[in-house]
Design a protein around this ligand. Sequence first.
Ligand code: BGC
Length: 733
Amino acid sequence: MNVEKLKALLDDMSLDEKIGQLLQLTGLFFQKDVVITGPEGKCGFTDNDINLTGSILGTMGAEKLKKIQDEYQEKQPHHIPLLFMCDIINGYRTVFPIPLAQGCSFDPDLVCRAAQISAKESAAAGLHVTFSPMVDLVHDARWGRVMESTGEDPWLNSLYAKAIVEGYQGDSDHIGHGKIAACVKHFAAYGAPIGGREYNTVEISERTLREEYLPSYKAAVDAGAAMVMTSFNTLNRTPSSGNKKLMRGILREEMNFDGVLISDWAAIEEMVQHGVVENREQAAAVAIDAGVDIDMCTTSYAHNLKNLIEKKIVSVDLVNEAVWRILTLKNKLGLFENPYKDADAAEEKNIILCEAHRNEARKITADTFVLLKNENILPLAENKSSVAFIGPHIENREIYGFWSMYGEKDQTVSIADALRERFTDVKVAKGSPMLDASVGARVYADRKDLTATEEETKALLEEAETLAANVDTVVLALGEYRAMSGECKSRANICIPDCQMELFRRVHAVNPNVVVVLFTGRPLDIRDISQKAKGILVVWQPGTEGGHAIADTLYGEVNPSGKLSMSFPYSVGQVPVFYNEMRTGRPLKVGEEGYTSCYLDIPNTPLYPFGFGLSYSDFSISPITLSEDKMRVSGEMKASVNVKNTGSRKGKIAVQLYIKDHYAAVARPVRELKSIKKIELDAGEEQTVDFVIDRSMLEYIGPDMNYTVDPGVFSVYIGDCSTTENEAVFEVV
Ligand code: BGC
């Protein structure tokens, strides 16, 4: 539809119709045979709200959505189509590893490919918008939603934010066939709740917000993200959904975001709970003034905006502005011409979980695994038949992460499934329940299969011990169950469940040749395992092709190349711990603890730092060669290293470049990641890797809050981890 026609449509709409566009409901309201209970049932939506709502969330399927669209358009006075939105986070039916795992690929192209497939499958199932990417920077592994983030680094997160938005949307001016609109979330700083406790307060300085938290949202907006979602939290005492400075000032004016801003679920209404407004009416007035266009799942807008306009508390212009943005998005998706967009039952059947998607997922998944330890135990030799595979994750197919609501257990490959495709005789044992009874009840009270009685546990342990004692090597698949991380899944003790740790100790006592395959949605405290196991492979929540990718890696067809995008803490007492911390006036030198910044009982450094990950190959990295030793502020120079695969098999390595500014007008981090290059080398092959250092790598936010570069001394580090000491010093003049 051309802009004139769209404007004419807006002018012709009644106020009720306009306000309807600003409401989002769940698909449940559109299914005739469903009785709505629970929180949605109590919300007080009327038939009029349902008939005029502008968008729905959480329903998928080509036929179902087409039917909903038909029935809705018939009733809508101008036949304006609905927008269909959903949380497709790490894949629709072909499920990819959780975003934190994808962050460990150090490969934005890979992440983009996963988003492209997610878009294709979900577009065919009728989707228009996905509530992804979640680009909240994370430092605190206690917070359950670290699994949805790509990690702790602002620069790397920004790279992924761009890649994911481009993967979903393609060309952002016209979201064409097989593409869906991206909704970047949760604006802003949702990833910094105090104590890592879900929905908790966020208190950070404006500098920290701008330097660390905002860059990834900005990268997504710059890449053309069609939508942004507000966060639940208060940021420095103001709830995001009513924060005008944040939404109109920073998001719309500074970042030039002109798309649709949606509240998180009930976040407008929750301003009442935050205690900053008295009731929903006031909440609606504050949110629309702050520039929030859609109210997700409450009556705040639907039942109050008309009154607020009549009372002249809210200007109708604000409503028009919000409706205009929503209509513009519908137009960008081509819905006025084709309200079904790509919904197509035949296409859905053909492409969902097709061989090509599965094969791609298998490759992508293996590249997200991080090898933390390997004392000559991996890869396993195919002909070495005496390997036992033990642990509650060996047969587990629920390995697609918290947010994969459409991942299907029966379509997912467990480790045991993959092994049985390879070998006729596979020695497996469950070994322990998945969850301790106390946690099990909090996770899923009705899932008795996740826990076990004392007697059952005893029998499982004995069986595992007997099996382990009679083989050369034991692969132990341990870790978090999928619903131990995700929304509202904060944990104060970030350990492997006790019942599984007991299994580890008992197996290790009878056979020290243990490889741990670690399933998790967050960095865990794995000190005990780290000391005793001979191999540790972190596989996160790997998705549909998880079992295949794990077997491919254990048996060496894939050489692991993942690097941690979030540090594994030494213990929970160290959290938050991250590599790019600020310098202190009393830095710790090991052996000279004295009155320095340190703990009495644990080291300062994490157990496994950001950027760390081993390979089955060894790589040597030469000292750095700089093209100059002085660089002008707006100039450029080259930093090069020679990388050689000194191992005996082909492998990939993510070469990382960090910068340290020695002196600036404000304290700066110890070092910051500024570039990565992931290369693949045959055994014995070497390659020169060149990086260009430019102004963007040297800038920081100065005392006046503007970006600046201070001439002076800088260091560049190039290596295979954030701790690399491979350093060259240069001067900026
Ligand atoms: C989450 C969002 C999600 C929304 C819709 C909320 O509870 O915080 O991330 O997109 O629900 O499902």
